[in-house]
Design a binder for this molecule. Structure first.
Ligand code: GDP
Length: 526
């Protein structure tokens, strides 16, 4: 095997996603402990932007800092090189998470056993489904009272719209939680609360052996056998191919906080999770084992220091070997670029690297050349497909509050939009700029950053809008007629595409009824 294929087969690049508080940060930390990347619990800070008073800017900045540090966590586990891509916990930054999902090869979803599938989980799963990303589910907090595991499985199936297949099974729950039976490996792991070490597994090839009673007692042994029988009867045998095809999600149970069930998850994960997969570009499919380097920018993080308006562009290597100081083509600008200090993130340390392989993430220091979705190649004219923008949930006009600084304001808005902080629309009716976000917090961050990084002052003017709909039609005349009739509500996005800004769901519905020749889309790519 050549080095390149060998390196590719070792890589596991994934994200952990969950509704806030389900246990993403805790699970991440335990995985890092297994990987030897950290040595004590509590070393991973939550990157959650907590609810802060709107005036508490430093707090937000501090928390943004944490999320830089934890953007990518790489570590070795056995023969594998694992890259965990962090996603913001706060739902106002959901767009960030969607984009990070374009750079992963698989996903682990954490669900709280008491709460089941929550809104954010559902939304993120939709993105996984759009991209056929394989998912594994970890049902967390079994040390607490929660729902019946069969119930949870049913809910996962109906809410996440995917077949499930339990690969481990809890013995009781809450106070009476005794451990998990690992269906995949056929062994038993008994639970001791608050223990941060991994216990010996008890190999148990046959659950019908009387040994089981010795470990968990007669009643629980009987229950476990009955449960397992039911599982075998109800769920088809686990198929790795179905998992890789994103048709079936294997499910594990445990308690991240107690480091319980985590090793089962990790050991199975490294075995079955995909190494970097071929990526669809506009022009062709790019295979990771191709000799020439290609990659794309999926995240841009501005420097915390306002005096240095520099950023880090996070690039996912899609094919070939990335090398420091080599010449690469930045396709959008058609310029050749060299990177003398690309960084990688291993064991919580950021350091300059000489090379990186498919699945790896490299951080490239940047001074405003990159945009989200940009492609880098060895010279080929290639464009990786990003993730479409979704219609924002909130809209406001952005106004200049300091006439002397309009240039700075425009530059700041442009760069923040390149970073993907929010979406910009220009009203075709009055020429005003409309910023669309997923949540209120993004407006506050934009205003703060415009002031601190660009010296520009902005003011928000309320505008009551319901959704941004990208429109198209096979009939150019019908399209023109629609735009004329609705000219008050027409905008263009940054790529000049027509967007109809509906101010209520009723108006949208009426427009859809009245103009059957117009197609309305709620994402920017169709
Ligand atoms: P995130 O928002 O998904 O990153 O969630 P965190 O990892 O920050 O966890 C949220 C809360 O749940 C924290 O107080 C954790 O200590 C707690 N927690 C996480 N895992 C477990 C678990 O297995 N059992 C219990 N009882 N609490 C847990």
């Amino acid at each position: 095997m050549s080095t390149l294929t060998e390196e590719i087969s070792k890589r596991r690049t994934f994200a952990i996603i969950s509704h806030p508080d389900a246990g993403k940060t805790t699970l991440t930390e335990k995985l890092l402990l297994f990987g030897g990347a950290i040595h004590i619990a509590g070393a991973v800070k939550s990157n959650k932007i907590k609810k802060t008073a709107t005036s508490d800017w430093m707090e937000i900045e501090k928390q943004r800092g944490i999320s830089v540090a934890t953007s990518v966590m790489g570590f070795n586990y056995g023969d594998y090189k694992i890259n965990i891509l962090d996603t913001p916990g706060h739902q106002d930054f959901a767009e960030d998470t969607y984009r990070t999902l374009t750079a992963v090869d698989s996903v682990i979803i954490v669900v709280d056993v008491a709460k089941g599938v929550e809104t954010q989980t559902r939304k993120l799963m939709e993105v996984c489904r759009m991209r056929n990303t394989p998912v594994i589910v970890f049902v967390n907090k079994l040390d607490r009272e929660g729902r019946d595991p069969f119930d949870i499985l049913d809910e996962l199936e109906s809410e996440l719209k995917i077949n499930v297949r339990p690969l481990s099974w809890p013995i009781n729950i809450g106070q009476k939680f005794k451990g998990v039976y690992n269906i995949y490996e056929q062994n038993l792991n008994l639970f001791t609360p608050n223990k941060q070490v991994v216990t010996e597994r008890i190999e148990l090839d046959d659950v019908n052996s009387p040994e089981l009673e010795e470990y968990i007692g007669e009643q629980d042994a009987e229950k476990l056998r009955a449960d397992l029988e039911l599982i075998e009867g109800v769920y088809p045998e686990f198929s790795v191919d179905d998992y890789l095809a994103a048709k079936t999600a294997p499910v594990f149970f445990g308690s991240a906080l107690n480091m319980f069930g985590v090793k089962e998850l990790l050991d199975c994960f490294v075995k079955i999770a995909p190494s970097p997969r071929p990526v669809q570009a506009v022009e062709r499919v790019v295979r990771p084992e191709e000799e020439n380097f290609t990659g794309f920018v999926f995240k841009i993080h501005a420097n915390m220091d306002p005096n240095h308006r520099s950023c880090i562009a996070f690039v996912k290597v899609c094919s070939g070997k990335f090398e420091r100081n080599a010449n690469y083509k930045h396709v959008r600008s058609n310029k050749m670029m060299r990177f003398s200090s690309p960084t990688a993130f291993m064991a919580q340390k950021k350091s300059v690297v000489d090379e990186a392989y498919p699945g790896d993430i490299v951080g490239l220091p940047d001074t405003g050349n990159f945009k989200i979705g940009d492609t880098l190649t060895c010279g080929e004219e290639l464009h990786f497909k990003g993730l479409p923008s979704f219609s924002p949930e909130m809209f406001k006009y952005i106004e200049n509050d300091d006439p002397m600084k309009s240039k700075q304001l425009n530059k700041g808005i442009d760069q923040l939009m390149d970073e993907g902080v929010a979406q910009l629309f220009i009203s075709q009716f009055n020429g005003r700029k409309i910023i669309g976000t997923v949540g209120q917090l993004q407006f506050e961050v934009i205003q703060y950053r415009l002031l601190h990084e660009y010296g520009a002052q902005c003011r928000w003017v309320p505008i009551s809008l319901y959704k941004a709909c990208w429109i198209e039609s096979d009939d150019p005349e019908a399209l023109e007629a629609f735009k004329k009739r609705k000219h008050q509500f027409m905008s263009v996005d940054r790529d000049g595409r027509d967007v109809f800004m509906a101010d209520s769901s009723y108006v949208l519905q009426m427009a859809q009824n009245d103009f059957p020749k117009i197609k309305f889309h709620f994402t920017s790519e169709f």
